[in-house]
Design a protein around this ligand. Structure first.
Ligand SMILES: Nc1ncnc2c1ncn2[C@@H]1O[C@H](COP(=O)(O)OP(=O)(O)O)[C@@H](O)[C@H]1O
Ligand SMILES: O=C(COP(=O)(O)O)[C@@H](O)CO
Length: 586
């Protein structure tokens, strides 16, 4: 339970501002997050990490010499946006290129991937690495689908130490990949976490029971067992991890491991030490040499009462990287030579990336400006609908996900409307208006849905452009392009239990109606009905992608949150179309 909150929607931004103010010796605030106070050494690789808020010290607390050069900081449990990541990377980059590394979550993968494309296009060499240490989130055969949890630290540490040596980007990336391939984590929890401002936890563990195989977003565990003693818990953690050694290791005997016993947020340090005492004994009995163990809160999930164990199996390349000095707000090791004066350097440029002045609005025809009025009304309806349904969407998402879908959709749609209204006030045509709304949604919401709604609005805007009054076929083509764009970016198809399940039938039925000669307002209704039916039907589908995938069975009976929000949106838009002045062509 979070006790001290102003506006829950502003919680992540306010926490980041306070963090930066408190840690000026190490970091400075830049648009999108923080970078080291002492700039990256010229020619060195910049290691840029990031993810949602709610995991402190991940990610901002791990910025400093020997570790990350910058952290992009998203909203609560939602990935930062591509623009935030790009802005942080630009601020951290010093001629040696950038390694973007993050936990393997859908939104993170989308936004960091897009940021990498943008940086590359600007001529900055860039590599990406998604951390996949959580063994409970996918079988060994699907290791690339695993989530990143406390093993993030081991991978970030390897990358940061390698970059500190001045190694080139390809080498820093190879060593970080090696650390990822040799890092495994497993966790247990006794209670779920509560999002700031929320009245109840994302999941409850029945009294006397513990969740096994937890994530770091308040997702329920993969299974449940009776609460063990501390020694039994330690034995479960150690035995599980010894049961899944990385490729190339036949036995733990004679191996070295960097060990992280991580508190998820509400487990006392003393309890962690009680558990660690047995972890250390069991590893020693298994013949494992423990190297520089870390016991404490390193990657958390608000007030989740849980513990995870991470083993990073060290070889001759990884061992010196794991033990190398580091000095960050939340992680210190050895003595880091001073380079530049502490607490000085460039001034803060502010944590938020939406403060840049809006770009000039291109010339638009009268017809397109008239269409923009309808588009703005539609975006207002979207915003109001998302605000009205935010709690419901959060509850649906909490069944198998991280409960933030309502927060993200409310924040994104509000930002989209605001940006559109601003553009309309400056005479924007419909295409520009939608483009501005798309960027604002993706930038301010982050998360999977932020990236995908950015794609949807961009695609429709590109078809509408700023010249003609769009005909119904033009709008239908925009919606079809949106469906194609979402599938291309998210790589989900119909049946995967995502928003694609509602978007594709919506686009198809709209296209058919328009092709049959119906006016847009008339074709839209049946298409919205198809989207609603398809969204409802997702309750019978097993998720194959995204945060809900590890909890496949739990989600049966509840519709997919993103499909449901899409159906709500298209229905809300229908009402604005019905009110709009109709032209004979649509
Ligand atoms: N690969 C994907 N392609 C399309 N939609 C996806 C994909 N992964 C997840 N989604 C959609 O995103 C929704 C979750 O959005 P959001 O709350 O932003 O997620 P997160 O918190 O996981 O980033 C899901 O309900 C699903 O509809
Ligand atoms: O919350 C995070 C990312 O969530 P997405 O589902 O990718 O938006 C982040 O905290 C994990 O790195």
């Amino acid at each position: 339970m979070t006790h001290l909150v102003n506006d829950p929607a502003a919680f992540a931004d306010e926490a980041l501002a306070g963090f930066a103010a408190a840690h000026r010796r190490w970091v400075r605030a830049v648009p999108g997050g923080v970078v080291r106070r002492v700039p990256t050494a010229p020619g060195h690789v910049a290691v840029v990490i990031g993810g949602g808020s709610g995991h402190y010290p991940a990610f901002s607390g791990l910025v400093g010499p020997g570790l990350a050069h910058g952290a992009a900081v998203g909203n609560v449990f939602a990935s930062p946006s591509a623009r935030q990541i790009r802005d942080v990377a630009r601020a951290a980059e010093a001629g040696g290129g950038v390694l973007l590394t993050f936990g393997n979550y859908a939104g993170d993968v989308l936004h960091f991937g897009q940021a990498a494309e943008r940086l590359s296009a600007e001529g900055i060499p860039v590599a990406t690495l998604a951390v996949t240490d959580d063994i409970s989130s996918a079988a060994t055969a699907e290791r690339d689908k695993r989530r990143g949890v406390a093993g993030d630290l081991a991978v970030f540490k390897a990358a940061g130490a390698a970059a500190e040596q001045g190694l080139p980007l390809a080498e820093v990336t190879r060593l970080a990949q090696l650390a990822n391939a040799r890092t495994r984590s497993f966790g247990i929890a006794f209670s779920g976490c509560t999002l700031p401002g929320a009245g109840r936890a994302l999941f409850e563990v029945p009294a006397g029971r513990m969740a096994v195989g937890l994530g770091i977003h308040g997702e329920p565990g993969m299974g449940e067992r009776p609460v063990p003693s501390a020694d039994e818990a330690a034995a479960l953690l150690v035995e599980t991890l010894l049961g899944e050694l990385p490729d190339g290791l036949d036995t733990p005997r004679g191996q070295r491991a960097g060990v992280i016993l991580n508190g998820l947020g509400a487990v006392k340090y003393e309890e962690l030490f009680v558990v660690y005492r047995t972890v250390a004994r069991l590893l020693a009995e298994a013949g494992v040499e423990i190297v520089d163990p870390e016991v404490g809160e390193l990657v958390t999930s608000f007030d989740m009462a849980g513990v995870s164990l991470t083993l990073c199996w060290l070889d001759d390349e990884l061992a010196p990287l794991w033990t190398a000095p580091a000095d960050t707000p939340a992680f210190r090791k050895g003595g880091v030579p001073e380079r530049g004066a502490s607490g000085t350097g460039p001034e803060d440029t502010g944590p938020l990336s939406d403060e840049t002045p809006a770009a000039a609005v291109p010339q638009a025809s009268d017809a397109s400006r008239a269409t923009a009025v309808t588009v703005l009304a539609a975006l207002r309806a979207v915003r109001d609908t998302m605000a009205a349904h935010a709690d419901e969407l959060g509850d649906i998402d909490a069944v198998a996900g991280d409960g933030d879908h309502g927060i993200g959709m409310r924040r994104g749609s509000a930002a989209a409307y605001e940006a559109a209204a601003e553009a309309a006030g400056r005479g924007a045509g419909a295409g520009t208006l939608l483009g501005r709304a798309a960027d604002a949604w993706a930038d301010r919401a982050g998360g999977t849905s932020g990236a995908l709604w950015g794609v949807i609005l961009h695609a429709i805007g590109a078809e509408l452009d700023d010249t003609e009054r769009p005909t119904a076929p033009v709008v239908a083509a925009g919606v079809a392009a949106a469906a194609t764009g979402v599938r291309r970016l998210g790589k989900a198809e119909v049946g995967d239990r995502t928003m694609v399940d509602a978007l594709v039938p919506f686009a198809d039925v709209l296209g058919e109606g328009v092709a049959a000669g119906r006016r847009l307002a008339d074709a839209w209704g049946p298409a919205a009905t198809a989207a609603e039916a398809a969204a409802k039907a997702t309750a019978h589908l097993l998720p194959r992608l995204g945060r809900a995938r590890p909890h496949a069975e739990k989600s049966l009976g509840t519709p997919d949150a993103g499909a449901h929000s899409l159906a709500l949106i298209v229905r809300a838009v229908q009402h604005t179309l019905a009110d709009a002045p109709q032209h004979k062509e649509g």
